[in-house]
Ligand binder design. Structure first.
Ligand code: ADP
Ligand code: MG
Length: 624
């Protein structure tokens, strides 16, 4: 065996494999260079998803002839003054982007230094560097990359479709642009406009240009500081969430990152208010003294390392939690905390319990609860899905016995109970594992008495699970029933979202959703699963599906993917919180839960009901 030194060209190709993995990585490096050059305008134009051509023009400082010749060499940079890898002030510092791109593509740089009379250009093709030549280029720099990876055919094979390369580029520019509102950005693809972000002095206007109005209206301002670390930005209210973490923009010292520590902090901060699978929208900027963070740990600088990760975690989590609590209603008192501690998350009851429907002993008060009728009642409930029913059939608002005196004022304002069925029901409530419904609280919680204590059911979460399971059954048996819409629903989406959704057209069709392209990022929905009913919120459903697909994409098996989509649809087909239910409907729901596997948790992993035993209740009241 003989060791030999690799030729420069090969070294550059190897390095390029890390730095320039795909077209978006080349664009990222080049846009970062333009930012570092002090540009106030950066225009990007692409052909074929950047595979055949990327042109980036900026009005930054430009280069003179000597710098231009050096710029394309490996480890040549103007950005590490004093060889200091700690106090990094620029986006770039490794001096390998241009060399790497030149090694694997046809690169041409035209530039003119600010205030200089003459411009220059240079070409590098597959690592072969040409001469610096005069050029009539105006002030600033234009970089042209053609035939990316022509020199490394192995890499060429791994490129994705034109569309997904384009979308990745759009994402990378958007992320950089968020932190640079003072720079105007534009992007075009195959001659068509893809992104236009005019320069602005107001970071918030850039933020809403990118995140949309909905975010602007539902965001909490974040501002916190601890031991020299500064956090600022906007975080969405917990009620504004998506199926993926895609809409989280995280920055460290102005650099967009996809750092696990930071995303973990976000998840932790929202854990109490947002459950598995849902993600808040936010844009957070962390400013850290440069000796507290090492940005030189990832070839594309997407991850960083902190000297004191605990400090960072503490700052981010507490700032977010603080904001959430301030905006999210009162904190619970110590008593209710204790009570909560005694509540146990429910587990699905064993399917073959002795007290099953149809036993002769079922008392007459169960006439509305048992057996085959439960299905019908639930379907009635479903028919009225999206309009809260105005008049409860069996229930009346509670009238406190003593209405005078301050104590009565805030007693159970939203509780409604079934008066006449009380005695009859309570005697036999132990007949069913989930007991019999006694009241609906806050239009979402069914309180039911069981032989051992009481159960509180989250009606939306529970029903979601039932719909999901029914979807799965339909799938297995006969395929999902479709229901055509009288007029197709046209839904405007982000181009990238529409493209992604349409690539699942066939799978969605099998699941009962008929979708067609409608031009310019819009899609037309022609049919929805019949289980969702004609009044389904198609817009909301499609938006969630888009997120669902973006998140899980190809990472899951077909079956898993279908289940995820079904689960998203189930959520839209479920009894909303806020819908009043009568006793019949509530008991029907309880009975169906008892018959449905996994009914103890909703599709997002939250419990669908909690149980408090008499023993616990007695403890709460100091009786034990
Ligand atoms: P780095 O950005 O890490 O320094 P690059 O290979 O990306 O390495 O760039 C090498 C050098 O070329 C930069 O340090 C900079 O001096 C010069 N350069 C690159 N792009 C531009 C540009 N758009 N405008 C002015 N100078 C540039
Ligand atoms: Mg660079």
């Amino acid at each position: 065996m003989q060791i030999r030194y690799l030729p420069e060209n090969l070294i550059n190709q190897i390095a390029a494999g890390e730095v320039i993995e795909r077209p978006f990585a080349a664009v990222k490096e080049l846009v970062e260079n333009a930012i570092d050059a002090g540009a106030t305008r950066i225009d990007v134009s692409l052909q074929e998803g950047g595979k055949s051509q990327i042109i980036i023009s900026d009005n930054g400082c430009g280069m003179d002839a000597q710098d231009l010749a050096a710029a394309v060499d490996r480890h040549a940079t103007s950005k590490l003054k004093g060889n200091d890898l700690v106090h990094i002030k620029h986006m770039g510092f490794r001096g390998e982007a241009l060399a790497s791109i030149g090694a694997v593509a046809r690169l041409k740089i035209s530039t003119r230094e600010e205030g200089s009379e003459s411009g220059f250009e240079i070409s590098v093709e597959g690592g072969r560097k040409g001469e610096v030549m005069p050029s009539a280029h105006p002030s600033g720099t234009q970089i042209e990359v053609r035939d990316l990876f022509f020199a490394t055919p192995a890499r060429l094979k791994f490129l994705k479709t034109e569309r997904s390369e384009y979308l990745a580029i759009k994402d990378v520019i958007t992320r950089l642009a968020m932190a640079q509102p003072q720079i105007g950005f534009s992007l075009s693809h195959n001659g068509k406009d893809g992104l236009k972000l005019p320069a602005t002095l107001d970071p918030q206007s850039r933020l809403s240009a990118i995140m949309g109005r909905e975010f602007g209206e539902n965001a909490m301002k974040i501002e916190a500081e601890r031991e020299g670390l500064k956090l600022s930005g906007y975080a969405g209210l917990p009620t504004l969430h998506r199926g993926t973490a895609q809409h989280q923009y995280l920055y460290i010292n102005g650099r967009p990152v996809k750092d696990k520590l930071l995303t973990g902090c976000v998840r932790a901060a929202y854990a109490d208010v947002l459950h598995g699978g849902r993600h808040p929208l936010l844009a957070l900027f962390l400013d850290v003294p440069s000796d507290e963070v090492d940005v030189n740990v990832h070839p594309q600088k997407a991850e960083v390392r902190f000297r004191d990760p605990g400090l960072v975690r503490g700052l981010i989590i507490s700032a977010l939690k603080h904001a959430i609590h301030e905006h999210g209603g009162a904190a619970s008192s110590s008593v209710s905390n204790y009570a909560l501690g005694s509540f146990k998350a429910g587990q699905a009851p064993a399917p073959s319990l002795p007290h099953h429907r149809g036993t002769p002993a079922v008392p007459r008060s169960y006439a509305y609860g048992g057996g085959g009728q439960s299905h019908a009642a639930l379907q009635n409930a479903q028919a009225a899905l999206h309009e809260p029913s105005s008049e409860p059939v069996f229930f009346e608002p509670v009238t406190p016995a003593h209405t005078q005196g301050s104590m009565a004022v805030d007693m159970a304002p939203a509780a409604r109970v079934e008066h006449e069925a009380h005695e009859q029901v309570s005697v036999h409530s132990d007949n069913f594992p989930l007991g019999s419904a006694r009241a609906q609280l806050h239009e979402n919680y069914i309180v039911s008495q069981t032989s051992k204590g009481l159960v509180i059911v989250d009606q939306h979460a529970a029903h979601e699970r039932l719909v999901y399971e029914r979807f799965k059954n339909q799938m297995e048996e006969s395929g999902i029933e479709r229901q055509g819409l009288l007029a197709p629903e046209i839904i405007d989406l982000d181009e990238k979202d529409a493209a992604r959704l349409l690539s699942y057209k066939e799978e969605l069709h099998k699941l009962g959703l008929e979708i067609e392209p409608f031009g310019n990022g819009a899609v037309a929905i022609h049919a929805v699963p019949a289980l969702l009913g004609a009044k389904a919120d198609v817009h909301g459903l499609v938006r969630d599906l888009v997120d669902e697909i973006a998140e899980h994409g190809n990472a899951l098996s077909l079956e898993e993917r279908l289940n995820h989509i079904l689960s998203t649809m189930a959520c839209h087909g479920s009894i909303r919180s806020g819908r009043r239910m009568n006793a019949e409907e509530m008991n029907a729901l309880l009975r169906q839960m008892e018959e449905t596997p996994l009914s103890g948790q909703c599709n997002h992993g939250r419990p669908t009901y909690i149980e408090l035993s008499l023993h616990d209740i007695e403890k709460l009241f100091g009786r034990r």
